[in-house]
Design a protein around this ligand. Structure first.
Ligand code: FES
Length: 388
C-alpha cells in the first residue's frame, strides 16, 4: 500500500457556489486505478463526491475524466502511473518531485453536471447523432444477415473499437475554439459507416461532412485525440481517412479545405518550409506560380483572408516581404534534397496503420502470398482422410 494525495475539482450545483478544489489522502496499491482512489474517498470520507462508473474495466466508457490535465479513463489509469506523471510535470517546471498531488478534473468541452460528471448528451451524443450513426444499406434488407467479405471490414475495425467515453472530445483543441466542430468521436463514427461496404450512402455522407464548415476540414491535426483515446481508435486518423476519400470523390468543399490541404503539401515540397503567403494563393488559385492571376473565387477568398493577413503585419509579427507570395526564403545548403527525400519516401511507402493492418502494401502482399503458398502446400482434410 502507498499513500497518495489527490486534488479533485468539485462542483455541487445545489450549493449555489462555483467550482472549487478539494484534496484527499488515499491509501492504495500503485497498481490500482485513479477511479479506485475516488471510490475510496466516496466510501471513507465524502459520499457526496460524484463520479460516473460501471464496468471498472475500460469497457463501458463511463469514467472519462482529466487526470493531471490528460483526458482518459479513470479505471484504466493506475494511481502509481498518475503519481509518476504528476512528479514529472512538477520537475519539468522545477518544482518538488515528491508528494506532488494527482489532479483530477471533469472532462473538458462539456458542461459539468456535478463534480466529475459531465453532460455527455449536449455535446457528445448530439454530435454522434449528427453523423447518422447507423447503416444505410442497399435495397431491401436481406431475410438473414448481410454477408460481407471479412477483409473488406478490416479498414473499419479501428473505428469500431470506440467505447464512446468522450476522452477525445474532452481533449479536442479544435472544439475548444469552435464548439460547433462535429468532433473526433462523431467523425470516427462516421468513418465506421463510410468505410462499411454495406453502406449505400457513403458519397452523400462524405459530401455532408466535407461541406459542413464544422466538418472534416475543421480538424487542425493537433493529435490530442490520439493521445487521449484509451482504445487506440486514433480519431484523427479516421478524420484523415474521411478527407482522403472525399478527395478521391473529387468533392470540392466550400471552405477549400481539400485545396488547402493539397496546397500545404505542394508549398512545402517546393519551398521546404511553409510559405504562408503562397499557401493562400495556392489554396484558392492552384497552379499559378508566382503570378497573381487568381480565379474569381480565388480573388474573393484572398480578399476575405485580408484581415488574417493584415493582423500579423500590424502586430509586426510578419514583415511585409513575407506577406508577398513567392518571396519566402530558401532553405540553406542542400537541405532541399532532404525534403525531396522525405517526399519520395512518403510516395513509395503507402503506409496504413490501424489495429489490424500494420505496415505497407508491399508487406501485405507478401503476407497474402505466403498464406496462398501455405494453403496450396497444406493437404486438405479430405486429402488427409483419403491418404490415411
Ligand atoms: Fe467502465 Fe471505466 S468504468 S470504462
Amino acid at each position: 500500500m502507498a499513500d497518495y494525495k489527490i486534488k479533485v475539482r468539485r462542483f455541487q450545483p445545489e450549493s449555489g457556489e462555483g467550482p472549487y478544489w478539494e484534496e484527499f489522502n488515499v491509501d492504495l496499491e500503485p497498481s490500482l486505478s485513479v477511479l479506485d482512489s475516488l471510490l475510496q474517498v466516496k466510501d471513507r470520507e465524502d459520499g457526496s463526491l460524484a463520479v460516473r462508473c460501471s464496468c471498472r474495466a475500460a469497457i463501458c466508457g463511463s469514467c472519462g475524466m482529466k487526470i493531471n490535465g490528460q483526458s482518459g479513463l479513470g479505471c484504466k489509469t493506475q494511481i502509481g502511473e498518475a503519481q509518476e506523471l504528476a512528479d514529472k510535470k512538477a520537475s519539468a517546471v522545477g518544482g518538488d518531485t515528491k508528494d506532488n498531488v494527482i489532479v483530477i478534473e471533469p472532462m473538458g468541452n462539456m458542461p459539468v453536471v456535478k463534480d466529475l460528471i459531465t453532460d455527455m448528451e449536449s455535446t457528445h451524443w448530439t454530435k454522434i447523432r449528427r453523423v447518422t450513426p447507423w447503416l444505410l444499406p442497399h435495397g431491401e434488407a436481406p431475410e438473414r444477415e448481410y454477408i460481407v467479405n471479412p477483409e473488406s471490414m478490416l479498414d473499419i475495425t479501428q473505428s469500431m473499437a470506440c467505447i464512446q467515453c468522450g476522452a477525445c472530445v474532452s481533449s479536442c483543441l479544435s472544439m475548444e475554439a469552435d464548439p460547433d466542430f462535429i468532433g473526433p468521436a462523431a467523425l470516427a463514427k462516421a468513418y465506421r459507416f463510410v468505410g462499411d461496404p454495406r453502406d449505400a450512402e457513403a458519397k452523400e455522407r462524405l459530401h455532408d461532412l466535407a461541406e459542413d464548415p464544422h466538418g472534416i476540414y475543421d480538424c487542425t491535426h493537433c493529435f490530442s485525440c490520439i493521445d487521449a483515446c484509451p482504445k487506440d481508435v486514433a480519431p484523427m486518423d479516421q478524420i484523415m481517412r474521411l478527407r482522403r476519400k472525399a478527395g478521391e470523390e473529387g468533392i470540392e468543399d466550400p471552405n477549400s479545405g481539400h485545396a488547402h490541404e493539397i496546397a500545404f503539401v505542394k508549398v512545402i515540397e517546393k519551398k521546404g518550409t511553409l510559405d504562408e503567403a503562397m499557401l493562400v494563393q495556392e489554396s484558392y488559385a492552384p497552379g499559378i506560380k508566382g503570378k497573381l492571376k487568381p480565379s474569381k473565387r480565388g480573388l474573393k477568398e484572398t480578399i476575405k483572408s485580408l484581415p488574417t493577413i493584415l493582423r500579423p503585419l500590424m502586430k509586426r509579427k510578419v514583415k511585409l516581404r513575407q506577406a508577398i507570395p513567392g518571396t519566402h526564403h530558401k532553405l540553406p545548403g542542400d537541405a532541399m534534397n532532404d525534403v525531396k527525400a522525405i517526399y519520395e519516401h512518403a510516395e513509395e511507402h503507402n503506409e496504413e496503420f490501424n489495429l489490424y493492418i500494420k505496415g505497407d502494401e508491399g508487406e501485405l502482399a507478401e503476407i497474402e502470398a505466403d498464406e496462398a503458398r501455405e494453403d496450396t502446400a497444406a493437404p486438405t482434410a479430405s486429402e488427409e482422410a483419403s491418404n490415411g
